[in-house]
Design a protein around this ligand. Structure first.
Ligand code: FMN
Length: 213
């Protein structure tokens, strides 16, 4: 079967996004859309792409899971010695993108990233399933390894050492991105999509603008 990518398209007709739907600041609409993504049973609604830029200026992106959001920003957990962590040491700015396919929605977020407090990482590590805790201890994320068997050996060794009371490794924890740019995209018919862009200005106020699709 020949698949013609040129013919793959759909018209977006589910919803609209007007200036009056969106508040003066961007976080309340995020909470509203995230709730709707949960209600719509979007698969992995908290999966987001995280783009970083390393010292060599090359962007790199990967999916991570959003684990918290509030007025301070957007939080995820990872390994502090991973490639993304090295990028963030070199350049603390990053971009997040959510795509909620079933709702024909995209949210793009940019801002500065910082580690969360140690106590916050400890608290989240403690509520993770045991196997995820052991996995975080066993894996030197982003480092090469000879083969799968070696990885499983590291897991077994960590499981033996920590039993049912793993301690958060210092190289594992959270990051929080404090947004200064947030864009909401709602697919519309005829490619006339709705786009609302929030930009944080020097005085701390949010500027809200409609962008052409
Ligand atoms: C659905 C999904 C969720 C993921 N969630 C996380 C996560 O929360 N944290 C994480 O470190 N990696 C997560 N990953 C793996 C990352 O995409 C990536 O492979 C890993 O973090 C290493 O990236 P890096 O080498 O660029 O640092 C997830 C991958 C997928 C597909």
């Amino acid at each position: 079967m020949t698949i013609s990518l040129a013919d793959l398209r759909r018209d977006y007709t589910q919803a609209t996004l007007s200036e009056s739907d969106a508040g003066a600041e961007p976080m309340s609409l995020f909470a509203h859309w995230f709730k709707e993504a949960l209600e719509a049973k979007v698969p992995e609604p908290n999966a987001m792409s995280l783009a970083t830029v390393g010292a060599n200026g090359r962007p790199s992106s990967r999916i991570v899971l959003l684990k918290d959001f509030d007025a301070r920003g957007f939080t995820w957990y990872t390994n502090y010695a991973s490639r993304k962590a090295q990028d963030l040491l070199d350049n603390p700015y990053a971009a997040l993108t959510f795509h909620w396919v079933e709702l024909e929605r995209q949210v793009r977020i940019e801002g500065r990233v910082e580690r969360v407090a140690e106590a916050e990482s400890d608290a989240y590590f403690q509520v993770r399933p045991l196997k995820s805790q052991i996995g975080a201890i066993a894996s030197a994320q982003s480092q090469p390894i000879a083969n799968r068997a070696q990885l499983e050996k590291q897991y077994e060794e960590a499981a033996l050492k920590f039993g049912d009371a793993p301690v958060r490794p210092t190289q594992w924890g959270g990051y929080r991105l404090t947004p200064d740019i947030v864009e909401y995209w709602q697919g519309r018919s005829s490619r006339l999509h709705d786009r609302l862009l929030y930009t944080k200005e020097a005085d701390g106020q949010w500027l809200k603008q409609r962008l052409q699709p």
